[in-house]
Design a binder for this molecule. Sequence first.
Ligand code: ZN
Ligand code: ZN
Ligand code: ZN
Length: 944
Amino acid sequence: MSYKDTINLPDTDFSMRAGLSELEPRMQQKWDEMDLYQKIRDAREGRAKYILHDGPPYPTGDLHIGTGLNKILKDFLVRFATMRGYDAPYVPGWDCHGLPIELQILQELGDEREDTARREIRRMCREHALNFVGIQKEQFRSLGVMGDWDNPYLTLNEQYEAGILEVFEKMVERGYVYRDLKPIHWCYHCRTALAEAELEYSDIVGPSIFVNFPMESDVSDLFDVNADDDVNVLIWTTTPWTLPANLAVAVHPKPSYTAVRYEHPNTGQSTVSIMADVAVDPVLRNAGVEDYERLGKVKGTELEGLTYRHPFIDRSCPVLLAHYVTLSEGTGCVHTAPGHGAEDYQTGLENELEILSPVGERGYFSDRAGMFAGQHIEEADDNIINHLVEEGYMLDHSKETHSYPHCWRCHSPVIFRATDQWFVRMEHNELRKTALEAIKDVDWVPNWGEQRISNMVEERPDWCISRQRSWGLPIPAFYCEDCGNVLLTAETVASVREVFAEEGSDSWFEDNDASKFLPEGTTCEECGGTSWEKETDIFDVWFESGSSHNSVCRKHPDLDFPADMYLEGTDQYRGWFQLSLLPSVAAWDSAPFKTVLTHGFVVDEEGKKMSKSLGNFIGVEDGVDEFTAEILRLWTSSVDFRDQISVSTDYIQKNMSDAYRRVRNTFRFMLGNLSDYDPAKHAVDYSDMTDFDRWALDETARLVDQVTKAFEDYQLHRVYTLIHNFCAVQMSSIYLDALKDRLYCSGPDWTERRSAQTVLHRILLTLVRLIAPILVHTAEEVWSHIEHKDEDVESIHLAHWPEPGDEWLNDELHERWEKIIGVREDVMRAIESLRDRKVVSKSMEAVVSLWAEDESLQKLLRDDKDTLTELLMVSELTIPDERPSEEDFEETYSGETHPSLVVAASPSDHEKCARCWNLLPTVGQNADHDDLCERCVTAVEEQQ
Ligand SMILES: [Zn+2]
Ligand SMILES: [Zn+2]
Ligand SMILES: [Zn+2]
């Protein structure tokens, strides 16, 4: 019999090479076939619920790796909750309506778009949405994300739509909804209103003009002017196209205004302009006016009520007071167009001006724009400037750069335009205040989120919920065909809701009579009429996704309201978080979530946003192909997702693959060394274990505590670091490395070997659970290779979170071992220096003497000599009572970790055991086996 046959070599089918690209789809298919999601539901039935409510992506285009990261983070939390024993259903969803899809379809239709009925456009949009739901679903599943993929929520489903209308009904009943003419952000390319969340700001170079509006009122009692003076009020604007809508000039009541007489730089005429006193010098100097004469000063209040003539439209307009007028730029006399600006609109309301907006939905001027009627506003800017110059009204014009809102879809500059829209009133019934209070009861992670969303709710205007598009849920209002009276009541909404619940919102776009949607005999309150026209506006798509708390959380039999967790990117404070909060508070007096967790954006290595045009876009599909799901999941767990997340393919490829291998090899070692272990027969009691083994259990218990805490605190990158370090340090380089000798070379049934196996078995069952939410495929693979499990479940994902044994956590041992690990560090440094000098090639070739001046450390060395011998893996360890003499050793080294420690080391002259390859003093002492050490003699004789 050769000695090799007496060695307990590891034995496992768990391969070193993962083969993840084949393993992952195979395992996912297995989970589908066994209907694992449903099995988990059944197993956790009746347990406390944990509801992570999915924020729905748009089903259009390829999934960005950032969207993948979002879904993986959700999966981590859902799986953690499930393992902790919660019933944690996860129902993924898609936000199916909306502009991105409609624009895509209109682009495909090209010239035919004008001749295509809304019904047909909607049919094509639906097809597009459902197609991409299918594609994206496969991509999410390929990441190993577990959920009710067969029954996701789609905002285009009848029941979902009915749920939106239920929220709306409640809001109408409570009086939050109104219709009004109001300036809103408008994209004339996309021909739709845009919400604040749909704007992006970037710089544009545009005109900056100073225009004299001729005064109509006599100002000779305010300023020192003559009867023949050409007196004007000087305004400044960067949007000449809004001048046709000018209805007033606003001045601030407090500061001084002055009139100045000067020679107009272009016309050469003597001109008088009224403007804020502080504006005179900078404005005139820039306009090239050298000499001028101040004609007296008055407060802004004294200008109130004066009138001027519009420079090219036949009307007389007033000078008004407004507190928002600033003197930091312009002239202190503000051009006011109530149909084209938010502040202008307020001033208009306060002074009963018309909310005039002579711009149509495509950006063309209406007849109300006078001589510019019919022109597009893009060309009108130059025409208006030229006209003002020709007529002598223009004092100065130039170009300047300023930040300007753009449409998020087509990236064109947007305009403010007054149109009839539906709004949710923020001040009604204290909606703003109630929402702000609800925010305080929510747990915002990170906590600056609370301030961010509070500011947004505090400052936001009324919510414009209508859009002039086709692909969405119609606003269920009616107009009297006889008198135009608007009909929208809780009863009429409920009536429409019932039809939609059966037939879907497509029924609204059929050529049918409005009466189908109304309670029988509905008559107009104004004129008694009975014929109604259906509203053509649809809901802002955010109102749809913002109603998911009702359509999904409150309606789905598995779910609950409010949800425990909303988890999205930081852009959703402005979007989904805020626009879910408002309807939920308005309809049900409650926030829809208990905790809101956000993650940063995924950017490339240089911190740039990923886009297909920049060529740095990484999609989910490519990501899985290139790295595999398991590596992407490991990477997701490794990043501090609260900040901006930069993704580098090299980093993932190299570091994550290395980290994965380290974890995998740890499992492989444990599985291999448990092939002949049956806990029922071989388990060793804690009290009979070696100290080293107890240390490993203590470390494991601490790991469980720390990982649990990191999950609970959403510090997921700590989970990664903790587990990775445990595998790399405590396991690979300390415990498992030292354990090999005991496992391989002891007699198979010796207590010290069974003790090690007992510990490995416990650690394996613990570690596979800790890693299960992250490495879902690998954990399952490991689980299937564990012969003796402690929980009778067919998948690791049905198992519970690990609970360390009561005696594992041992503070006395832990403190002592901190010192022992320190001794190890010092010994390794000493041996390292011998290796550098090529005196030995590994620790086994060295004999080591340890002595400590510190008495308690010296006592510990003596007491734990056997443990240290195993831990240090040296040929021979001695603990002398005196400081080792430097002459007796090749290397004498003073400790760094323990400064009172002296490590003396020399090459060993012991013989090498032919079986265990250790250089030991006992080799050659046995006559029958003179090539073996004492331990190996016993082991071999036992097996003969
Ligand atoms: Zn647009
Ligand atoms: Zn009527
Ligand atoms: Zn041996």
